[in-house]
Design a protein around this ligand. Structure first.
Ligand SMILES: N[C@@H](CCC(=O)N[C@@H](CS)C(=O)NCC(=O)O)C(=O)O
Length: 219
């Protein structure tokens, strides 16, 4: 059985929602970052990088949101369960991968600038400037996300990131929508992203994941 290591409201929420969407039994281990649980020896034995998420599956551990989501999507495709990603080797799959890579390598990092200034400089006096730059970057990314979603919606009428329909990208985007509320960004200004996040959160799978993590879409 899969085991997900997560911290409430962290990027691990995307994997949590997808595991619920898949609907097979899985276990969860809470690793609350605010309590420093991700730095304890028992978790470092799971992920020496001291980050969540980690997924224990088939006797090994996979880390990185994008890798875990791709793995789960492909595994479920072969088992005939719901489609979480377009088939490998297609342009749609490249678009899927493009979203995952950009969200983890750029959007997530802009939030790290806001919340984890110490990763960028040892000099605490510049952390404010780093956070401000992060905020500006996050806003530009939200605008870009919203425009891209709007473009897809114009063609398809649906709120999902991929023209082909819902995929594992949607829960990942929902995490960033939630984080926008955490930094006090007026998220009602990003209507397409808001629509997507509300649609994801209204599904029973996301409701179960949010309830287990004891968080909501906005808090
Ligand atoms: N590149 C990794 C980043 C994972 C990551 O940074 N996770 C955060 C939570 S969202 C974390 O574990 N932070 C621990 C810390 O900041 O010390 C991924 O995409 O999975």
């Amino acid at each position: 059985m899969d085991t997900l290591y997560y911290s409430p409201g962290a990027c691990s929420l995307a994997v949590h929602i997808v595991l619920e969407e898949i609907g097979r039994p899985f276990e969860t281990v809470r690793v609350p970052i605010p309590e420093g649980a991700h730095r304890r020896p028992e978790y470092l034995a799971i992920n020496p990088r001291a980050r969540v998420p980690a997924l224990r599956t088939e006797g090994t551990v996979i880390t990185e949101v994008g890798a875990i989501l791709s793995y789960l999507a492909d595994r479920e495709r072969t088992s005939g369960a719901p489609t979480l990603a377009p088939a490998p080797g297609t342009l749609a799959r490249a678009r899927f991968q493009e979203w995952l890579s950009w969200l983890s390598s750029s959007v997530h990092i802009a939030f790290a600038q806001i919340w984890r200034g110490e990763r960028f400089s040892d000099d605490a006096s510049v952390h404010g400037t780093i956070a401000e730059t992060g905020r500006r970057t996050v806003r530009a990314f939200y605008r870009e996300i919203d425009t891209r979603l709007e473009t897809v919606a114009k063609v398809t009428g649906h709120p999902h990131a991929l023209e082909e329909g819902s995929s594992a990208v949607d829960p990942y985007l929902t995490v960033f929508y939630r984080w926008g509320h955490r930094i006090g960004e007026p998220m009602e200004g990003y209507r397409s992203l808001e629509r997507l996040a509300h649609e994801v959160a209204a599904r029973p799978a996301a409701k179960r994941a949010l309830a287990r993590e004891n968080v909501t879409l906005t808090t």
